[in-house]
Design a protein around this ligand. Sequence first.
Ligand code: SF4
Ligand code: SF4
Length: 114
Amino acid sequence: MADFGFSLKKARTVYLSKTDMRKAEQLIAAVPSYKLCIGCGGCTASCSARQFTDFNIRKAHNHFRRGQYDKLEEELQKCMLCGKCTLVCPRGVNLRSLIINMRQILSNTTEILA
Ligand code: SF4
Ligand code: SF4
């Protein structure tokens, strides 16, 4: 096969109907502005932490809302809570609050399971 210097990513399927979405629902309830997110990536493009790490805030919050929490708690620690992403978001999503709430929800599993 010819080598074009790039490859297509493998298709990924997320079965939301088979996923426990309680944490994602709790996040939306805590930060209603997140419902307006269109996934544009402006937050990632402006992220201060991204200049120094591989942190991708859009990927992080997308994973959270799809119920994919693997390694997310560790990933979110890379955020410095500077708030720049909140300033640039074209949809007015309160990202700083979103990140704080994602951290809190992930560290407090007992509340979710109760
Ligand atoms: S900048 Fe706002 S609308 Fe765009 S992906 Fe980030 S949170 Fe969503
Ligand atoms: S608050 Fe966190 S995610 Fe937002 S720009 Fe600052 S370091 Fe990046």
